[in-house]
Structures are given as C-alpha cells and as structure tokens.
Design a protein around this ligand. Sequence first.
Ligand code: ATP
Length: 238
Amino acid sequence: MIEADGLTKNYGNVAAVNGVSFSVGKGELFGLLGPNGSGKTTMIRMLTGQIPPTAGSARVMGLDPARDPIGVRGLVGIIPEQESPPSFLTAEEYLHFVARIRNLDRIEERCDRWFDLLDFREKRGVLCKDLSRGTRQKLMFAQSFLHEPRLALIDEPLINLDPIVQRTVKDFLEDYVRDGGTVFISTHILEIAAEICDRVAVLHNGRLLYCGRTGDLAGSGESLERSFLDLVRGDAGA
Ligand SMILES: Nc1ncnc2c1ncn2[C@@H]1O[C@H](COP(=O)(O)OP(=O)(O)OP(=O)(O)O)[C@@H](O)[C@H]1O
C-alpha cells in the first residue's frame, strides 16, 4: 500500500527526512514513531502529496504522490496534524461538504454512523469554531473515514481525545485493519504504538533507526518505551 524509497526532504540546511525507505502492506496497522522534530509530519506530508520530496520517491496505492497528489487524496483518508475544520460551518455541514466533494451516496447515513460512533451527535449543529478541541478532532477523524478508504494516514490520531473516545478509536482502527484496511499513524505516544501497531518505524533527526515488528523492538522483558529511549539516546550519542 505504501512504498518509500530513499525519501528525503530538506528545508535549507535542515534534513527533515533523510533517505528513508520502508514499505507498508495491506492490512497493517503501522506506526511512525519519533521524538519532536524527528520528521514524522514531513513524512506524512510527502506520502499524501502535500509537499514534494527533495529526493527519493514514494508510491501510495500504486500512485506517486509527488506526481498525482489529487489522485492519492481521492483514494486515501488523511488526518493532518493540527488542522481544524472550517470555523464558519457546523459539524454536520462540514461532513456533508466533504461527502459532496467526494461524490458520496447515503450522506446522512454515513454522517450518522460517525456522530454515533464517536458520540457527538448533540454537537452536529454547533459551529466548528465553538467546538472543543477534542470534538474538532472527532470531526477530523470522521471526515477522513467518510468515504471508507482502504488506506488511512493519520498524524497524531488520539491527541486531545478523552480515554473513552481513545478506546473507541483504537477499537475502530483494529476492526478496520481486520476487515482489510491499512492504517499508517504517526505518534510519539508509545503506549498507543505498543498496544495497536503491528510494525513500527522509528525516526530520529530525519533518519530511520528501526523498522520492524513492534514486539521485536521492545525485545523480551523490555518495554517499548525503554527500547525506544535506548535507541534514540544511543543514536544521539553516536
Ligand atoms: N516548513 C518548514 N520549514 C522549515 N523547517 C521545517 C518545516 N517543516 C518542518 N521543518 C523542520 O523539519 C524537522 C522535522 O519536522 P516535523 O514537523 O516533520 O517533525 P515531527 O516528528 O512531526 O515533530 P512533532 O512530533 O514535534 O510534531 C524539524 O526540524 C522542523 O523544524
């Protein structure tokens, strides 16, 4: 579903992502881990065609996001980091707006499913500017899955969500991959990765330090947090 081959993004003399290669297969729940500023958001932006790479290439569901960003965005679900729905629309208007742009049928039914699943039906008529951060995050989650994409790329999916909604979202993502969907999430919350990700990649200063099964990174008897810290601190000292 995703192939990254030597992906690189430079901002001036900062290598935000530096020669990173990995692949994600169908039905995987794949986690991109790394400390602040390690390149996670830059990676997701390149994979979703929001920015072109400086070097290297990617294929996402068979398309090159640098050449066909609109095609990629039509196929996948995206939750960008720190993006909010438009302040001047209500929650319901926003979902209808996205559904119409995507030419979807059964719009009411699709929206109702998400209002119920994430438990914010009573907020459907509220302007987005007056929603809490967590409810705006629920709305962004709903918009990204409205068209039932086969691949979802999600930047920090559970930030701002309370523990009850976090549980619902984690269960949803696990069911979604069980039914053949693929999920690529970036997070620095290691408990989430340890709980739900089959495989993880670890970025540090834009470079790939690890890519493999989550359990293999943690190793026997070690927590994912301990192993992650050892890996990143070891790299810093190298
Ligand atoms: N538009 C930009 N212009 C210049 N530098 C940028 C830009 N976007 C990102 N960077 C730099 O690239 C590096 C990687 O940033 P990025 O946002 O991808 O990291 P991240 O892992 O998502 O961080 P966080 O976990 O804090 O969100 C950082 O050094 C950042 O300052």
